[in-house]
Write a new protein. Structure first.
Length: 304
């Protein structure tokens, strides 16, 4: 099997990051215009996207991994924990933050996960505080302040529930990132993420099954939005991101992945016409700067 060229890798990671960012904005459109239930959307998104990712893996060279992961009791338990406390938690909190706020704020708050991981590793004494870490934390905190207050300490410019769910989304992503490491060292990422999505979606289906939905109220436009969120904003976005690692370095992939919050902000402001103040743009710049700083200097984090 031929490795993709560098040009192909660039196309894949840029497309995947943009799909991720725009997918959040399209989900916001579904919440606002069609009153789609968060539980139903998360259930549907996880089950369908997870099934499609496992299907992709099944038709690749090492299809045995799809079911082999369940033969080891320890990895099976780890996978279930990852699916419930990692994947489901990340997806639900992110979508809830979008519902109560907007896709731009939700995506930017979720990207606080790297800072949370740095703090966790320092507290566990698995790494030491460097100047870059300090600058990263300052950019994150400053960015959050401006993003959430628009420069005024008299009140928040973002709904409290959106902030709470957004911060929880960052915590869930930090947990998912750290907990998935041992599994990703043994199995293909498509297998891990595909099963984690199915586990999370299956668990949430007990609260809101796929079939409990008034499909008659949906227009053709709404169905197109659903297809985009599930197929392009979830399944293809992740697949493209992973495939780009075959021709690009992790540093380049993570750097270009910062297009996700940028895409979310731009589409939220210019497509959905959400108000965004000057200092919120300053906060957005700080958080994206933090992401770029982490992506450009991977020396210390790669050792950890």
């Amino acid at each position: 099997m031929n490795r993709p060229t560098r040009r192909t890798g660039l196309f894949l990671v840029i497309t995947g990051a943009i799909f991720w960012g725009v997918g959040g904005t399209v989900a916001q459109k579904l919440f606002q215009q069609y009153a789609i239930d968060v539980n139903w959307l998360v259930t549907t998104r996880l089950l369908i996207a997870g099934f499609l990712l496992l299907t992709v893996q099944f038709f690749r060279t090492d299809r045995s991994q799809v079911f082999c992961i369940w033969k080891n009791r320890r990895t099976a338990v780890q996978l279930i924990i990852l699916g419930l406390l990692g994947m489901l938690a990340v997806q639900y909190t992110y979508m809830a933050s979008i519902k109560y706020g907007n896709a731009a704020v939700a995506t930017l708050l979720q990207y606080l996960a790297p800072v949370m991981i740095i703090i966790y590793l320092i507290l566990r004494k698995q790494t030491i505080l460097t100047r870059q870490d300090l600058l990263t934390v300052m950019l994150a905190l400053g960015g959050c302040f401006f993003l959430l207050t628009n420069g005024s300490i008299s009140g928040l410019s973002v709904p409290t529930l959106a902030i709470v769910w957004g911060v929880l989304s960052g915590l869930a992503l930090a947990f998912y990132t750290l907990y998935a490491v041992p599994l990703l060292a043994q199995y293909d990422s498509l297998v891990i993420v595909g099963w984690a999505m199915i586990i999370g979606g299956f668990a949430l289906s007990f609260i809101h099954p796929l079939w409990q939905m008034d499909f008659t109220c949906l227009t053709v436009e709404a169905y197109l939005y659903l297809v985009f969120v599930i197929i392009f904003g979830t399944m293809i976005a992740f697949w493209f991101y992973i495939e780009s690692l075959q021709s690009l370095s992790p540093k380049e992939t993570s750097l270009l992945g910062s297009l996700e919050p940028l895409a979310a902000v731009l589409t939220t402001v210019f497509w959905l016409k959400e108000p965004f103040g000057f200092f919120q743009w300053v906060g957005t710049t700080c958080i994206i700067g933090m992401i770029l700083l982490l992506a450009l200097n991977k020396k210390s984090s790669s050792k950890n």
